[in-house]
Write a protein that binds this ligand. Sequence first.
Ligand SMILES: [Mn+2]
Length: 428
Amino acid sequence: MDFTKALEEAKKANKILIVSHYDCDGLCSAKILSTALEREGKEIKIKIAKELSEEIIKEIEPIEKDLTIFSDLGSGYLSMLPKEGKIIILDHHTMEEIEVPENIIQINPINEEKELCGAGICYLFASKLGNNQDLIDYAVVGSIGDNQLNVGENLKIKEKAKKLGRLKVEKGLKIFGHVNRPLHESLRNSSMFPLNNHSEVVQFLSDLDIDLVGNGRLKSYYDLTKEEKGRLVLEIIKERIRNDFGEHNDVFSEIYLLPYQSRKLIDALEYSTILNAFGRSEKYDEALEMMKGNLDILEDVLKEYRRKIADYLSWTNKNIKNFQEFNDALFINAKENIDPNMIGTIISIFINTFAEKKVVVGLAREGENTKISARAKREIDLDKILTDICEKVGGSGGGHKQAAGGKIPKNKEEEFVKYFIENIQKTA
Ligand SMILES: [Mn+2]
């Protein structure tokens, strides 16, 4: 990716408008760009958008600026963008197939058949602009938000972050909320753990001599000593053997820690779901404030977000036997039971912490439509599959290879799943 022209334009401009996507990757992109450009003495305005529309374009038109940077969005809407004024696009979404207009500089890894999340592109841009190595935290969080950390160019960002000491990768229990969720709750909600009744879990921990409370608060996995963690893992494996509970590798997952962030944001997976929660509740200014270190805002949004996630995950686990599966794919049709704004978040957490499945597709209803969200942990092209079959059933879809989404008419859910299964059969 060649940033030369984009850097030239950025250096020339004084007033810069950043238009970014509302999800975790987009918010991280906005954070990286605004911080790096403010360090250059630029005057920055930020506009966060769910998607680009004529309405958004009208809203940004009157804003005074020398340059507009679209991050984590824009490539799909080349013909909709203003014809006047300098524009830089730093995006990784599928590009509209027209000749790029003269006023636009587009940087998109797809052009080089590479995969890199929006925040990753913004980080590369920022690292060429100045000394912005600290901003790599947000490239890591953004790539986790898009479920891309271990794919393509994102892997290079991951390695760089490790080398800089800004990312620690540890092997730990496959649970959600390593740092900020009470351990007994994380265990109870994890499908790798055979016990799911509150008092059984509490008893299990007390038999292990692990205190639930420490320093006046409920302990999380992160609060355990190394010795306690070891004891816990061993007992979990024994408990799984007693219950005849599948492969023992399923007990572990990687934990991503950002040692320079405050404790509440130190777990990059938790950070990414927090940002998605802010985005889904349209609390964009609050999200950017929080990323500046104002953690007071976090509590309220987090409380609500935790409750919702926990409810949705427990609903999903409770109903898991009723969902359709095919080989390593699982179809979670939540109907009206999961907020369509949050189905993507739920599927992401689910595939990272609970599922033994390598492909998980979520469906959640929104009025007359059904929102689709798909995530994969193996080679597959979800972008292509969803683009094709959503259109086939009268909707639209797309995204990335490992994470994609779409919208279809409500009465086409069965047909959609049928086509999806046919697709897996073909490529298996
Ligand atoms: Mn993205």
